[in-house]
Each structure stands twice: as C-alpha cells, then as structure tokens.
Design a protein around this ligand. Structure first.
Ligand code: AMP
Length: 399
C-alpha cells in the first residue's frame, strides 16, 4: 500500500510518498514560491536530489508537477497514479468541529471554509491542496489530519480565555492548540519504548523547533497545551514572542500608531529569539554567540529555557505528577545544551539527566537521556508528523 502525504502551506506544498508495508519513504520533496515564480525540490530515496525553477501559478500546478515527478521514468518511484492508494492531508486547524482525523467530504471542506477567518494563513492553502488532489485524483480516498484535533478533549476551564464569554460563544475565540500530530506521535512512541500502556502514563511533550509548544498528555489524552487561539501563545520561539502582557500591544498601537497588521508582523516575525537577541532565530547561532560572550543571545536562550521549565512545572501540577518528559523537533532533538538548561535544578521533581548520555546521544532514534534511577524518564524522540498522517490515512481509508 502506498500513501501520499500532502502538507500545503501558503506558498509551498510538501509531499512524501510512503510504502506502508515497510514504513519507508519512497520519495519526498517541496514546491516553493507557489504563485510567485516557483521552485521544485524532489528526492527519490537513494537517488540524487532533483531541483528546478518552474512557474507554479497555484497549488494545482504544483501538485501536477509532483505527480509528474513521482511517475516519471528518471525521477519517479511509481508507474502511475493508480499505484497510490490514498492521500493524507496535514490541516493545521480543524476548528471546534473536526475533533478527529476524517475522510474529506464536501461537508469537511465547507466547514473548513467557514473557519478561514480564524485561520487566515493556513486555511486557504490547506483547502486548495485538498481541492487540487480531489480534482487530480478523484478516485482516491482523501483523509484530513488536523493539528488541533489532539486537543479536542481539553476541558473548558483550560481552553476558555479570561475575556468576556461572548467572544468564545460568538467568535469561537479559545485555545485550540497546534502541533498536535507531533505531540500525539511522540507521546505514543515514548509509551512504546518505555514498554507501558499510554493509558497509564503522565507525559509532557516538548516540541521545540522554530515554532515551539509543550503539551500535557495524561492517560493518552492531551489535557493542556501551551499554544492557543493561534500558534503565537506559549514560550518565546524563533520569531514569535509567545505569551506576554497583552496591554503592551494596545500601548504600542496607541503610542506608536502601529496598525493591527504591523503589530502582527512584530509579534510573529520580529520577536522571540530573533527579537530578543537582535541576531538570529536559529538556536545554533545563538548557542555559538553565547559561547563568545554575547549577552543578548544568552538572554534570549535563558528566556526560552525558563519558559519551557515553567510549563513543565505547571503541567506536573495539573497532572499530579509526570512519568516521562519528551524532547522533539529541531531544537529538542538536536540541542543538548537546551535540554540540559531546561532540566537543570529539577531533581526535586524527579527530573535528572545523565549528562554524558544527553551530550553523546544517538540521533534519529528514541534515546533515554535520564540518569539511572531517576524518578522521571527523559527522552529524545524524533518526531514524524508525516508518518502519523500516513497511519491515520491508512486506518480511515481502509478500515
Ligand atoms: P524545526 O522548526 O523543527 O525545523 O527546528 C528548527 C530549529 O532547530 C532551528 O532554528 C535550530 O535552531 C534548531 N536546530 C538545532 N540543531 C539542528 C539541526 N542539527 N538540524 C536542524 N535544526 C536544528
């Protein structure tokens, strides 16, 4: 069985074709600058990557090129589209109604169109990606996997915001949470490698990348998460501020005359690690700069790691304990210094790292970095959102 996973962004379309018998990726790639020129990077596993500049006016054109590459004699891995069994779509926002992954129907698309106002960046491209796939491969089951659905069991006192209740009732302003597919994958994986049923575990998953979120998973269910109405809430990220006193926004708008769009740009693209350090949004650069005595790089990293620590502490309180902490994504999987800083001085809570294991960990596999005998197990687990989407697609399309 072969499943194509599609992740459509505002000007990009990423894809992976899985062989579900082996779990292997047969080919993957990215179309970028859709609607403003266009580039295609394609890689058949085991072969040289292919790159081209090519006019891609819309997501349909990008998908047509992907299909051509996947089926071409030179770069392809299948003889025809008929070899693909189903398509899985990453959809960032499922609103309040899409509580689980589902087969895409007209009703699904209609509902997703109604929530575009609360999801203006990711909604339209995801819908365009689904429509393009339905048009090009009408006979295939299409499955939507939502980043928000892992959070559909969070209780109201954790998702309602402390503003007039009608903003929730009338405008659907609430915590939705994001990165759910990643948190779902790594929480299931850590239970598997610990050899315990997830229903018996309390897990805190830290997805730390350019965008970062922390989730509390109790007995297999996400009960709280750091991201909110948008991916903006939570800890300081690459270029996003994370949470801070909201009055700062109205003060800046009043005193400096910023428009809502300008303010959005400041808090989404000019803040976080980049804004604090004035140097870079990339943790690797900040790590090097800090080693060379750069105080603002040091400040940015301390603000991020302290933010993570505070979420871990609060989720331990909310769950009345924790069995495992998981680090994943670009920073979580690769930067031992950040993991060390987050977990420092938490012996009282039972969190203790084996510094040697943390620094000399094996990349690409689940790796236990906790000290022998520590009450809480701390793991590095490589995330695989695309494979999770492929698994959901297989389950829904063929069960
Ligand atoms: P992500 O958004 O998950 O791709 O994570 C991106 C961030 O991970 C980058 O901004 C880096 O700060 C950090 N990172 C650290 N080491 C690596 C690495 N070896 N590969 C990729 N990202 C890394």
């Amino acid at each position: 069985m072969k499943i194509l996973v599609i992740n459509a962004g505002s000007s990009s379309l990423k894809y992976q074709l899985f062989n579900m018998e082996s779990g292997a990726v047969l080919a993957k790639g990215t179309c970028e600058r859709i609607g403003a020129g266009g580039t295609v990077t394609h890689k058949k596993t085991g072969a040289q990557p292919f790159f081209e500049e090519r006019d891609l006016p819309d997501h349909g054109a990008a998908l047509a090129r992907v299909i051509w590459l996947l089926t071409s004699e030179q770069y392809g891995v299948i003889a025809s589209v008929a070899e693909i069994d189903a398509v899985g779509h990453r959809v960032a926002h499922g609103g309040e109604q899409c509580k689980e992954s589902c087969i895409v129907t007209e009703a699904t698309i209609k509902y997703l169109e109604t929530i575009v106002p609360i999801n203006p960046l990711h909604g339209p491209p995801a819908i365009a990606g689904m429509k393009a796939c339905i048009e090009l491969m009408p006979e295939l089951p299409q499955v939507a996997v939502f980043d928000t659905s892992f959070y559909s069991h969070i209780e109201d006192f954790r998702y309602v915001y402390p503003i007039p209740y009608e903003f929730y009732e009338k405008d659907r302003i609430r915590r939705y949470g994001f990165h759910g597919t990643s948190h779902r994958y790594v929480s299931a994986k850590v239970a598997e490698v610990m050899g315990k049923p997830i229903e018996e575990l309390k897990i805190i998953t830290c997805h730390l990348g350019n965008g970062s979120s922390i989730t509390a998973v109790k007995n297999g269910v996400a009960i709280d998460t750091s991201m909110g109405f948008t991916p903006q809430e939570g800890i300081p990220m690459g270029t996003r501020s994370g949470s801070f006193d909201p009055t700062v926004l109205t003060y800046l708008m009043r005193t400096k005359g910023y428009t809502p769009d300008e303010m959005d740009d400041i808090i989404n693209r000019k803040s976080g690690l980049l804004g604090i350090s004035g140097l870079s949004n990339d943790c690797r650069n900040l790590h090097d700069a800090r080693e060379n005595g750069n105080k603002r790089a040091d400040l940015a990293l301390k603000m991020m790691t302290n933010g993570i620590k505070k979420y871990i502490g609060s989720y331990i309180a909310e769950m009345n304990g924790v069995d495992a902490i998981v680090f994943t994504a670009g920073i979580g999987e690769n930067q031992s210094d950040i993991r060390e800083e987050v977990c420092a001085d938490m012996e009282w809570l039972g969190i203790e790292l084996d510094i040697d294991r943390n620094r000399n960990f094996t990349r690409g596999i689940p790796f236990n970095i906790s000290k022998e005998g520590a009450k809480v197990q701390t793991w590095v687990i490589p995330t695989d959102e695309e494979y999770m989407i492929a698994l959901d697609t297989k389950r829904l399309a063929f069960n």
